[in-house]
Design a protein around this ligand. Structure first.
Ligand SMILES: [Ca+2]
Ligand SMILES: [Ca+2]
Length: 219
């Protein structure tokens, strides 16, 4: 459940800020007063951050789209949600609306998501593991939250907690474009089917220190 009370207060606050920051557009054909930005907003940064409607500019319209999404009157695509998450925390909030508005009127020049180092923007989720006879398979979803193309060397590890050995099974280069999500699968054949009751752990590690969740599977 969403904390509706909080959201209501936050949106009321947003309305107040809207009134304070919204500038009246100059008559058509006239340049805006010196020091003010054109009312149509600004060119979107590389990666399209903040440009939710995809017209190439970050404008008040983009902020309103995200606001409508938050109150449930608008559905946004995955790509629109990626562009809307301008603080890069993986979810859409009133703060994203404020940042888009601040960028559109020239109060900020970059979005926080643009400052996130790649090791933070690369995320593992939804890991699963399976034992079928002597075959172990492990899969994990990887998401690149940054605007850049990233390549990581991802290594698949297998361990049986009752044994002192950890197997470094396979390393593979995984390349993901900005905002991309990919499911990666690894498999490993044991010398024999593990005895019933054996616990096996599987996980991924990459060359930038990222680690997926450990999955425990039981034979
Ligand atoms: Ca736009
Ligand atoms: Ca966000």
């Amino acid at each position: 459940m969403k904390p509706l009370g909080f959201l209501g207060v936050a949106l009321a606050g947003l309305g107040a800020i809207l009134l304070l920051t919204r500038k009246k557009a100059p008559p058509e054909g006239e340049l805006p007063p010196e020091g003010e930005l054109p009312p149509e907003g600004r060119v979107a940064p590389s990666g399209g951050w903040g440009d939710v409607d995809g017209d190439g500019y970050v404008t008040e319209k983009d902020a309103i789209l995200v606001q409508e999404y938050l109150v449930g009157t608008k559905v946004l695509t995955d790509e629109q949600l990626r562009r809307a998450d301008v603080d890069g925390n993986g979810r859409i909030s009133v703060l994203d609306v404020l940042l888009i508005r601040q960028y559109a009127i020239g109060q900020i020049d970059t979005f926080p998501v643009e400052e996130i180092p790649p090791s933070v923007g690369w995320e593992y989720s939804s890991a699963t593991g399976l034992i079928a006879g002597a075959f172990l398979t492990f899969g994990a979803r990887i998401t690149n939250h940054t605007a850049d193309i990233i390549t990581r060397y991802v290594t698949y590890y297998v361990a049986i907690p009752s044994l002192p050995t950890t197997w470094n099974v396979e390393s593979r280069a995984v390349t993901l474009g900005g905002g991309g999500t990919q499911w990666v699968d690894f498999s490993f054949e044991l010398w024999a089917a593990p005895p019933p009751g054996t616990t096996i752990e599987m996980w991924l590690e990459d060359d930038a220190g990222g680690v997926s969740g450990r999955v425990k599977v039981f034979a």
